[in-house]
Design a protein around this ligand. Sequence first.
Ligand SMILES: [Zn+2]
Length: 701
Amino acid sequence: MKKQFLMASVATLLLAGCTSEKTTTNPFFAEKYGTEYEIPPFSEITTEHIREALLKGYEEQKQEIMAIADNTEEPTLENTILALDNAGQLLTKVSSVFGPLSSSNSTQEFRDLEKEIAPLSSEMSTLIYMNDNLFQRVKKLYDDQASMNYTKEQAKLIEKYYKRFVRNGALLNETDKQKLAELNKEISLAQLEFEQNLLHETNNTFVTVDKLEDLDGLPQENIDRAAEMAKKNGQEGKWMFNMQRASCNPVLQFCTNRDLRKKVYDAYYNRGNQGNEWDNNAVSVKIIQLRLEKAKLMGYNDYASFALDDRMAKTNENVYNLLDQIWEPAVKKANEELADIRAEIKKEGNNFEPEGWDYMYYMDKAKKAKYAIDDNEVRPYLEVYNVQQGIFYVANKLYGLTFTERTDLPKYQEDTKVFEVHDKDGSLIALFYSDYFPRDGKGAGAWCTSFRGSYYKDGKRVIPIVVNCASLTPPSGNTPALQNITNITTEFHEFGHALHSFMRDVQYRGTGGVERDFVEVPSQINEHWALEPEILNVYAKHYQTGEVIPMELVKKIQDSEKYGQGFATVELVAASLVDMDLHTLTEIPANFNVMDFEQQKLKERGIPRQIFPRYRVTNFSHTMGGGYTAGYYSYLWAEVYECDAFQAYKEAGNVLDSSIAQRFRDYILAPGGIDDGMTMYRNFRGRDPKIDGLLDNRGLK
Ligand SMILES: [Zn+2]
């Protein structure tokens, strides 16, 4: 696989060499790509093509925006909102190729280009949202809506543009606009500093072990990796662990040496809190302070209120209300698990009170004792493409979709698979790429992206090109790509996002997106089908014998999946609470200490002292880095909705009930952002969600 990647790089380099002559035509500049389905002609595209097209794209969009703003005619839907929605076609065309490729096939050239264009993108944002002429046109249309005869989607599009302008400061006076621009800049610089410190702390905080016997219990593959890391860092003959979960978690889970576990545990949770030059305490306070200032400038009491205003949750109270309902049963369950841990400690002939660094180790033991389950027993039944067939089977039963593999269509990476996706009436609804294995230049984790979104052009739906990326276990030698339960759940999860993209049916590009805290509903619900016995029967077949996975094994998997959810839920809710607590402050106390604040707040709520929040403030990238500010609760929020939605199938006594699926499609997947999340949900379920589904799913009832 690595070889294929290198070959692809060489091809790119050769082509890049050609473009320096400026004689090849840039595929982005042609009216059409000329490929089947207008798939980007990946093998012809060079970094220089992308760069050239991005620069030209920004320039074109700038001209188009200025023309809309300076139009002397009365504003209309067409000459203002639709013109904005259609602006920047070239930029969209090239960005939707560059974006996905820079996550999956990144090169140094790509990273340089990303840095080069970052300022252009923020310049564009200022150009659009700080332009008062443009805003006045949008505002007029928004204010006059009632007297016009817009479709529901058109009205929503106007509202979305109006709110986007307002949230970017369009209603402020000139002085405050300047202040906002200054604050935004300071916030993004402080967030960047936080992220860079954290990255350094994660990769360069090491725990070094001198003697092999200290690694007792650790699987051989982890020992080998630790030896490699030591060698790389000039400590040959020793073993080193950094603070990537893949490196340090196995120590916490398997090492019998309690002192070593404590060392790793302390190092992991104190990233950014070591008083060194990468310390994140001061910058965290600064970020909280700046965000509060921004919220007040925008007319809110606290930052969370500002952030939640355009989400489903809407108010701080709604978020706390959700978290409080989960907190109590989760703490209760965690305390039960603690009792199991104490029993395991006793079994060993010891008599100490468990600490944080004992948790994973003894929980793993307790789980094995209870369920006698081993990953290696399950994996032969979970070959990655058999699992994919299972995923397609579910989509077929629920929605009538069919999938046809096409080996002749353009690919950006050799080991991906490409499928035509047909709707139940046989019409083409999407193209789907699956890209499941890790390689150099590909990001960690899993995600869903697209090379083309769907909307209507000249009355015809544009067929989306959707991609699922992941870093699942690749094949090795004669063994195919066998997965564990976590990985197949990921495979189903990302496909849930893909289904949302296949079925989204909106006229305009600007109406596609749903609220941040609704995004994970279609993906998380899709995970439920992975472990349903009826579905496992279809896809979980032994890769050598073809034997279907034994039902007793399925039962064990299902039961064991819920074990440890007390701990997992407490750490997740705790992090969500701290995120909210920090962003609901209405003033920052003198000498504010974020770590003391975090501990004091959680202690007041009765957190078992053995559990830290999943991320502590100085290493909480989701919220301090900016992506999930006052938004870490979103995972749980979405889980309430999707678990309750899945209950609808359970209540019908058929997890493959196609009439419920049709409702899910019509009310949740198809409307995109035309309706808000709450409306979509009520349309689907006929009522508000109940939290019971989540509690049941996590074994907390
Ligand atoms: Zn997701």
